[in-house]
Design a protein around this ligand. Sequence first.
Ligand SMILES: [Fe+2]
Ligand SMILES: [Fe+2]
Length: 191
Amino acid sequence: MRSSMPSTSPSEASAGDAPARSRRDSLLAARYRVYQVWRSLLARPLDAADHAILDATLPAAGRALFYSMTRNDQRHSLTVYHALRERGCADGDLLAAALLHDSGKGGGRVPFVVRPLVVLLRAFAPRALDWLARSPRPWFRRPFYNAWRHAEIGAELAARAGLSPRVVTFIRTHHQTNGPAAELHAVDDEV
Ligand SMILES: [Fe+2]
Ligand SMILES: [Fe+2]
């Protein structure tokens, strides 16, 4: 699932995008993202080949972090992994980051129902999203806060799980077009 969420605030991100994208394009993009969210209910369970990839790419604590994600986010992460491999990527740290880049959404931190709301608010009411995501408190803000900051949250979780500093950096920067994980970002934006 495309999940480009820059580290800027939602309203800043929208202001930067606005000149390049018409309102119609925004509507179509938002509609597609919402469709992807609902499609995610049908995500295929992991099979033996998927588990073999996980065993070969992540340490035990990294796999536990992977399994903390929803089935759809697990499938999405594997899709990003395969897309990188198809582009010739053989960087083990980048491939590990592909499997964990959205792990900040795991553990119920970004409930399913919040995801289409984030997509729609980002497209049509970025200031409202900015307001909702500015703090983890009170309770109703927390899912939006987590959604907007899942790259940083995932990086902290990966560091605690003992992943290498390079993997942690890739996760933290996976929304940056020209950052250290630019290749991961490009693939994440396509699948
Ligand atoms: Fe992401
Ligand atoms: Fe992603």
